[in-house]
Design a protein around this ligand. Structure first.
Ligand code: BGC
Ligand code: NOJ
Length: 829
């Protein structure tokens, strides 16, 4: 069943009942300040780093799910008869966003849009509207609340706001209570036209930032101490203060600082009142921290409130945000009969790509914001999905990532966004990492034509003394694979490759030991066919880059290396009906008919065919047919079969998962588009589109009770056929699936693909797709590309016209003239 619908004109997903099968969230924020926002106003916000600078507290894995957020409680003092079991007399008390009280609402709707969310609800004639967003270039959330009396009697309403502050370091905040219960500090300011609560824990010592929770009206009272507001033994669903109807004016000292404003509003029939709440991060220069002893300098908070503290100002900021998204999404649009595809490719998939750009794998409802930062491999792949939207930011992202590379070409596996320095917290020595840098840089150059990036001086190991050009970084990446090969001439896997769970040198038998950082047996033998395939796929881009920058000797050398590795795949990476996955520390095959479990894996097959291996002699088609036969399901392609029944010391984490989940035969969506792309290489548009739609969330909207995750975003994993909950998704939002599905649909199925010389148009679509129109911004011009498939083919082009004139070939030239060019492509076999 469905819990909402897509409003395509508004670019919103409209959730029509609050009890979604899992919290369905959105992201607020585009640059430095971000909020996670669920359909019941749950979530939290942070400045730049979800671990180090978290403003509000959020308890993961909580019961009930998703408690904690920016809450507003309403109390209608003369409702006829209380509906709640409380001593509130005739007052009626509820949560207009449903949570945390799970209140019965006469009307409820949540609209998640591009960088903003709205909640509308009403109860007993009192309508509530909340618009929440982070304004462009500022460090705050705005929550604009409107109360409307839709009844025909006067209403005497109390509204209580509520946020719970996090003591900045989210990890410490959840663990170090012996200290934390004594350090909480706040300040309160009540002025004629605004009321503000300042959270200033640790400001007296080494921090020069504080949080402000402000509203643009005077208040009847406030609370800043959690116990005073809720009552010690109450949850968010039963705040004592709201039931009492009067704030305590508590000033927190230690324990748990919160922010609650008590606002009284009298509303005659038809009357509406709007309040603007601002939840902001404020920073002062070290020498201007204080106004006087113990009183913080409020200047940055004043600036925020002066700027946003009125309904008009909030509306203006929201309009600017809407314009920002409008302009971004103009860069790639799709019109097609298949609305699900069009809305995903044209809007939601790109939106998710921007979110992964901003978050990498740090903060979602599955990533705690504490565990992981920006991944080297992940961020390079994410780039494939957003480089067309924000090429300049992609450029600086590339330079940040490259700076965490080691001089030998290998890399820190992740870095923290705040420091941009690599760290070993989730390990290093993943031997696929270096190649993703080539992949990311090539995508950037194809998009922009900016070869100048190759001359940028970039540190190695974040050390300026070790800086060299980005080109040298690429060479080190390339050579890392060349220099680290095993007995079959295939690349050594190191700690693992793209599949973080193929820990072939780990040999862990100690419970709880990290699979990602442990190496109990450095075999120097375990090899990866996938890395070989990535090398064969991305190597030719390196060759092109060399050629186009007059490095012809290097190009020749690189070509030779690619053919050597390809030959090793041909010799040792082919199993008869599909590609082998790897060789373990004993030199035994993984992903082969010789194995009992894990006979066939998706990754090496998808990527080898993407790289063109085996196309000429039919092995590629055979490999993809084997994938279909052994790995395909109704909900997508599982990662391997048969699932590992037991834990294998020599395989590591992949065999640690119960069958059907995660890397052990789950549908690990990230690698499904590799098969989609591979299918397009063979011209099989029907099958390519089938693999695309199976994991595409919009096609499973009706099936939300099983799928559970948001129908507008991809999830990392869907339970595979061996799992009891086959079809159930987990880990939505922060996944490489976003970028790769966008690449697969936009560049390979619809076939509009930036190449070094221009914009290639090479569709590979289902034969029953009559055609489509894509507009694409590319190197300073817009291309309006209409593809006509009345011939009903899967691939092949009969003619191309550009601005009415016949065009030879299907690479559109770089116009760079700021104009729109009309391109008509007629397909035919
Ligand atoms: C997960 C992988 C992930 C890795 C990152 C593992 O537990 O299964 O999907 O890449 O952790 O640390
Ligand atoms: C998720 C990780 O973020 C990514 O780096 C990895 O490739 C996949 N899991 C597969 O293990």
């Amino acid at each position: 069943m469905q819990y909402g619908y897509f409003d395509d004109d508004a670019r919103e997903y409209v959730i029509t009942r609050p009890d979604t099968p899992y919290p369905w969230i959105n992201y607020l924020g585009s640059e430095e300040f971000f909020g996670l926002f669920s359909n019941t106003s749950g979530g939290y916000c942070f400045y730049r780093d979800a671990r180090m600078l978290r403003l509000t507290r959020y308890r993961y894995n909580n019961a009930p799910a998703d408690s904690g957020g920016r809450y507003f409680y309403l109390r209608d003092n003369n409702a006829s008869g209380s509906v709640c079991e409380c001593n509130a007399g005739t007052a009626d008390i509820w949560s207009p966003s449903w949570m945390p009280m799970k209140s019965k609402l006469d009307r409820y709707e949540c609209r998640h849009g591009m960088g903003y969310s709205r909640i509308f609800s009403s109860r007993n004639g009192l309508a509530f509207s909340q618009v929440s967003f982070v304004p462009l270039r500022d460090t705050c959330e705005i929550h604009k609340i409107t109360l409307t009396n839709e009844s025909n009697v006067d209403k005497n309403v109390d509204m209580f706001s509520f946020v719970e502050f996090c003591l900045w370091n989210a990890n410490d905040d959840m663990t170090n209570f012996q200290r934390n219960f004594s350090i909480g500090e706040v300040e309160v300011e009540q002025l004629a036209d605004t009321s503000r609560i300042y959270h200033k824990t640790e400001y007296r010592e080494r921090r020069s930032h504080y949080a402000v929770w402000a509203v643009n009206v005077p208040v009847a009272g406030f609370d800043t101490d959690r116990q005073a507001f809720l009552g010690l033994y109450n949850g968010f669903d039963h705040p004592e203060t709201v039931f009492k109807g009067e704030a305590n004016n508590s000033v927190a000292s230690g324990w748990a600082p919160v922010g609650s404003h008590h606002i009284k509003a009298k509303l005659s029939p038809g009357e509406a009142k709007t309040f603007v709440f601002v939840l902001g991060y404020c920073e002062n220069p070290q020498d201007q921290k204080w106004e006087r002893q113990n009183v913080i300098n409020k200047k940055p908070a004043n600036i925020l409130m002066d700027k946003y503290g009125s309904p008009e100002a909030a509306n203006k900021a929201l309009a600017a945000l809407n314009k920002y998204w409008e302009d971004l999404l103009k860069r790639f649009t799709v019109e097609a009969d298949d609305k699900k595809m069009a809305r995903m490719a044209g809007v939601w998939n790109q939106y998710q790509c921007m979110v992964t750009f901003n978050m990498s794998r740090s903060a979602s409802y599955f990533e705690s914001g504490i565990g992981r930062g920006m991944g080297f491999r992940d961020s390079n792949q994410d780039l494939l999905g957003f480089v067309h939207l924000v090429p300049e930011r992609a450029r600086s992202r590339i330079l940040d990532i490259a700076a965490t590379q080691f001089p030998d070409g290998s890399a820190y596996h992740q870095y923290q966004p705040l420091t941009k320095r690599g760290n070993n917290e989730i390990g290093s020595g993943f031997n696929d990492d270096p190649l993703w840098l080539i992949c990311g840089v090539a995508a950037y150059i194809k998009e922009t034509g900016d070869y100048g990036i190759l001359d940028e001086k970039v540190p190695f190991d974040n050390d300026d003394k070790l800086a060299d050009t980005l080109f040298v970084h690429l060479k080190r990446s390339f050579d890392f694979t060349v220099k680290n090969k095993g007995p079959h001439g295939l690349p050594l896997i190191g700690r693992a490759d793209w599949n973080d769970c193929l820990n072939l040198n780990c040999f862990s038998s100690t419970p709880g030991e990290s699979f990602q950082t442990t190496a109990n047996y450095e075999s120097g033998v375990a090899e990866s066919v996938l890395i070989a395939a990535i090398f064969a796929f991305t190597g030719p881009d390196y060759v092109e880059i060399c050629r186009r920058t007059n490095r012809n000797d290097e190009a020749e050398y690189a070509e030779k290396q690619i053919s050597i590795i390809t030959e090793a795949v041909n010799q040792h990476g082919w199993d008869g009906d599909w590609f082998v996955r790897a060789y373990d520390a004993y030199g035994k095959k993984i992903g082969s008919r010789e194995c009992e479990d894990g006979k066939i894996f998706i990754e090496s097959n998808g990527f080898a065919v993407m790289a063109g291996i085996g196309i000429e002699d039919g092995r590629a088609a055979k490999a993809l047919d084997s994938v279909k036969e052994h790995l395909d399901t109704k909900y997508g392609i599982v990662l391997l079969q048969p699932a590992y029944k037991d834990y294998h010391l020599e395989l590591g984490e992949v065999s640690s998962y119960p069958p059907g989940y995660k890397e052990n035969a789950g549908i690990f969506c990230h690698n499904n588009p590799w098969v989609t792309i591979a299918e397009t290489r063979l011209g099989r548009g029907n099958r390519a589109f089938e693999t695309y739609t199976k994991i595409c969330p919009a096609y499973r909207e009706d099936d939300s009770d099983l799928r559970r995750m948001e129908p507008y975003v991809y999830a990392q994993m869907v339970a595979g056929k061996d799992a009891p909950r086959h079809g159930e998704a987990k880990n939505s939002w922060l996944t490489g699936t976003a970028a790769w599905t966008f690449v697969s649909i936009s560049q390979y199925i619809l076939g509009v693909r930036p190449v070094f010389d221009g914009l290639l148009v090479d569709p590979c679509i289902p034969s029953n797709m009559k055609g489509f129109t894509v507009t694409r911004h590319f190197r300073g011009a817009d291309y309006r590309i209409t593809v006509d498939n009345s011939a009903g083919v899967e691939k092949g082009i009969k003619s191309v016209t550009v601005d009415g004139i016949a065009h030879a070939g299907n690479v559109l030239p770089v116009f760079g003239d700021g104009k729109t060019h009309d391109v008509v492509v007629i397909m035919n076999a």
